[in-house]
Design a protein around this ligand. Structure first.
Ligand SMILES: [Zn+2]
Length: 105
Protein backbone atom coordinates (compact mmCIF):
# COMPACT_ATOMS: atom_id res chain seq x y z
CA UNK A 1 0.00 0.00 0.00
CA UNK A 2 2.79 2.36 0.82
CA UNK A 3 4.54 1.54 -2.42
CA UNK A 4 1.28 2.42 -4.21
CA UNK A 5 1.33 5.86 -2.62
CA UNK A 6 4.93 6.23 -3.58
CA UNK A 7 4.27 5.13 -7.12
CA UNK A 8 1.40 7.57 -7.57
CA UNK A 9 3.10 10.50 -5.83
CA UNK A 10 6.85 9.96 -5.80
CA UNK A 11 7.45 13.11 -3.73
CA UNK A 12 4.89 12.33 -0.99
CA UNK A 13 7.00 9.82 0.90
CA UNK A 14 10.07 12.03 1.07
CA UNK A 15 7.92 14.97 2.21
CA UNK A 16 6.36 12.78 4.91
CA UNK A 17 9.80 11.56 5.99
CA UNK A 18 11.05 15.13 6.11
CA UNK A 19 8.14 16.15 8.32
CA UNK A 20 8.69 13.14 10.54
CA UNK A 21 12.38 13.97 10.87
CA UNK A 22 11.49 17.54 11.81
CA UNK A 23 9.09 16.36 14.51
CA UNK A 24 11.64 13.88 15.85
CA UNK A 25 14.19 16.66 16.13
CA UNK A 26 11.69 18.77 18.08
CA UNK A 27 10.98 15.87 20.41
CA UNK A 28 14.71 15.24 20.92
CA UNK A 29 15.24 18.93 21.66
CA UNK A 30 12.45 18.77 24.24
CA UNK A 31 13.95 15.63 25.79
CA UNK A 32 17.31 17.40 26.16
CA UNK A 33 15.62 20.44 27.69
CA UNK A 34 13.69 18.29 30.18
CA UNK A 35 16.81 16.31 31.04
CA UNK A 36 18.68 19.54 31.83
CA UNK A 37 15.75 20.80 33.86
CA UNK A 38 15.60 17.52 35.79
CA UNK A 39 19.33 17.76 36.55
CA UNK A 40 18.96 21.35 37.77
CA UNK A 41 16.02 20.42 39.99
CA UNK A 42 17.87 17.41 41.36
CA UNK A 43 20.84 19.60 42.32
CA UNK A 44 18.53 22.16 43.90
CA UNK A 45 16.77 19.40 45.79
CA UNK A 46 20.06 18.07 47.14
CA UNK A 47 21.08 21.53 48.33
CA UNK A 48 17.69 22.03 49.99
CA UNK A 49 17.85 18.66 51.71
CA UNK A 50 21.33 19.36 53.02
CA UNK A 51 20.11 22.73 54.28
CA UNK A 52 16.94 21.35 55.81
CA UNK A 53 18.45 18.41 57.60
CA UNK A 54 21.26 20.31 59.23
CA UNK A 55 20.09 21.69 62.59
CA UNK A 56 21.33 25.11 63.61
CA UNK A 57 23.63 25.35 66.61
CA UNK A 58 21.77 24.60 69.85
CA UNK A 59 18.57 23.71 67.99
CA UNK A 60 16.59 20.66 69.04
CA UNK A 61 14.36 18.56 66.78
CA UNK A 62 11.16 20.45 67.60
CA UNK A 63 12.79 23.82 66.99
CA UNK A 64 14.19 22.52 63.72
CA UNK A 65 10.71 21.40 62.58
CA UNK A 66 9.22 24.74 63.56
CA UNK A 67 11.98 26.60 61.71
CA UNK A 68 11.41 24.51 58.57
CA UNK A 69 7.70 25.27 58.78
CA UNK A 70 8.32 28.98 59.25
CA UNK A 71 10.74 28.95 56.32
CA UNK A 72 7.90 27.73 54.13
CA UNK A 73 8.20 23.94 54.07
CA UNK A 74 5.73 21.28 55.08
CA UNK A 75 6.74 19.24 58.11
CA UNK A 76 3.61 17.10 58.18
CA UNK A 77 4.11 13.46 57.22
CA UNK A 78 1.67 13.90 54.32
CA UNK A 79 3.73 16.50 52.41
CA UNK A 80 7.04 16.48 54.27
CA UNK A 81 9.72 18.80 52.83
CA UNK A 82 7.52 20.18 50.05
CA UNK A 83 7.23 23.93 49.63
CA UNK A 84 4.06 25.37 51.23
CA UNK A 85 3.75 28.24 48.72
CA UNK A 86 2.87 30.65 51.50
CA UNK A 87 -0.18 28.61 52.51
CA UNK A 88 -0.79 27.53 56.09
CA UNK A 89 -1.19 23.78 56.56
CA UNK A 90 -3.51 22.34 59.17
CA UNK A 91 -1.67 19.02 59.05
CA UNK A 92 1.66 20.73 59.76
CA UNK A 93 0.17 22.86 62.53
CA UNK A 94 -1.50 19.84 64.10
CA UNK A 95 1.74 17.90 63.84
CA UNK A 96 3.75 20.72 65.43
CA UNK A 97 1.18 21.13 68.21
CA UNK A 98 1.35 17.42 68.93
CA UNK A 99 5.15 17.73 69.13
CA UNK A 100 4.75 20.71 71.45
CA UNK A 101 6.55 22.93 68.97
CA UNK A 102 3.80 25.16 67.62
CA UNK A 103 3.93 28.47 69.49
CA UNK A 104 0.50 29.80 68.49
CA UNK A 105 -1.55 26.73 69.41
ZN1 LIG B 1 1.80 20.27 55.78
Amino acid sequence: MNSNVQAKNPGTLSIALGELEGRLNEVLKEVRRLRNQARTLEEENQRLRAFMYSPLEGENGRQQLLRLYQEGFHVCPLHFARVRDGQGCLFCEGFLEKKGAFPYG
